[in-house]
Design a protein around this ligand. Structure first.
Ligand SMILES: NC(=O)c1ccc[n+]([C@@H]2O[C@H](COP(=O)([O-])OP(=O)(O)OC[C@H]3O[C@@H](n4cnc5c(N)ncnc54)[C@H](OP(=O)(O)O)[C@@H]3O)[C@@H](O)[C@H]2O)c1
Length: 323
């Protein structure tokens, strides 16, 4: 796989990463054996960029990922995140206070079983704490050698500017895919201007753009977090996915490969991190790195899935994004 630069501080990764969240939560039951085999296979296939967070599976994900990747420490880029704090009563809050930054980092290092984190993101911006204070504490971690590069997630343009003025930010990780293009107007141009890389999360639209999701099990988490997966919207969105499927078929690709190739084609400062806990999907998704979409292909995709096509917002509660 080709390499892409994230930011201007020297971080370089293979053009497709692996999102590990689903190995611990969100998209059906865990299978640690298959998840571990998926991580090993990813290494064999040249993936070197792995995405986790302290909150995924309440620490389970960092432990799982760390156990396998520890063996390959010098070959892999481990990205993790802090800020989504679970309080003793089980409620969630966003915490960007400096003391929480420090204690979260120490806890992540321990669970991962490593001496340093390559890319440390603030998972969500804390409205109650000036970004300079949070990033100031993150910068201390860089000085101490606990962290190599800094990132933000779902931050808005002004926050990105203020953060970057405090300490260079290497990457923004936010949702981006064929059906989520909210950040194209302001945030992505700001990243370009400042020389910050972009890591699109949920590039397969939480599995929707694979075209495989036709019926959701009753206990599926997706309708609970996103109106797009609620009954009526879901059916409307399926009609668009069916047209994406047709284009993919003509090009001898799967819809997932087409959706990932579309993200890769947007710009070479983007490194999508499709998530899977299965070797079969991983292998299929890597096929996207071999695809070159022509201008005509991109125009056809735009025609069937124009910007903003999705019925329903991406979250029920949009208060913690684009801050
Ligand atoms: N910063 C943030 O706030 C944030 C939020 C969400 C996610 N993330 C990160 O981004 C990563 C990717 O996002 P995501 O996992 O939410 O969504 P995604 O990559 O858009 O989709 C993941 C879903 O698609 C399925 N899938 C993957 N490849 C497939 C294929 N070829 N055919 C059919 N289905 C396929 C997976 O199934 P299986 O699970 O069965 O393999 C899973 O259900 C996460 O793992 C996480 O690390 C970050």
């Amino acid at each position: 796989m080709e390499k892409r630069k994230l930011g201007s501080q020297g971080l370089e990764v293979a053009e497709l990463g692996l999102g590990c969240m689903g190995m611990s939560q969100m998209y059906g039951p865990r299978d640690d054996v298959e998840s571990t085999a998926t991580l090993e296979r990813a290494i064999e296939l040249g993936i070197n960029f792995f995405d986790t967070a302290d909150v995924y599976g309440a620490g389970h994900n960092e432990e799982l990922v760390g156990k396998t990747l520890g063996k390959y420490r010098d070959r892999v880029i481990i990205a993790t995140k802090f800020a989504n704090q679970v309080l003793p009563d089980g409620k969630r809050t966003i915490n960007g206070r400096p003391e929480y930054v420090r204690s979260s980092c120490d806890a992540s290092l321990k669970r991962l079983g490593v001496d340093y984190i390559d890319l440390y993101y603030q998972h969500r911006v804390d409205r109650k704490v000036p970004i300079e204070e949070t990033v100031g504490a993150m910068a201390e971690l860089v000085k101490q050698g606990k962290v190599r590069f800094l990132g933000l997630s779902e931050a808005g343009a002004q926050t990105i500017r203020r953060a970057h003025a405090t300490h260079p930010i290497s990457a923004l990780q936010s949702e981006y895919s064929l059906w989520t293009r909210d950040y194209e107007d302001e945030v992505i141009p700001t990243l370009r201007e400042l020389g910050i890389g972009f890591v699109p999360f949920s590039p397969l639209g939480r599995g929707f753009l694979s075209g495989n999701l036709r019926d959701l099990p009753a206990d599926d988490m997706r309708p609970k977090i996103s109106p797009r997966f609620e009954a009526e919207n879901f059916q409307r969105n399926l009609a668009v996915v069916d047209r994406i499927k047709e284009i993919a078929k003509e090009k001898n690709l799967t819809p997932s490969q087409l959706a990932l190739a579309w993200v890769l084609a947007q710009s070479n400062d983007m490194v999508p991190i499709p998530g899977t806990k299965r070797r079969t999907y991983l292998e299929e998704n890597l096929g996207a790195a071999k695809v070159t979409l022509s201008k005509t292909d991109l125009a056809r995709i735009e025609e069937v899935a124009p910007k903003g096509f999705a019925a329903g917002g991406r979250y029920h509660d949009m208060r913690s994004v684009n801050i």
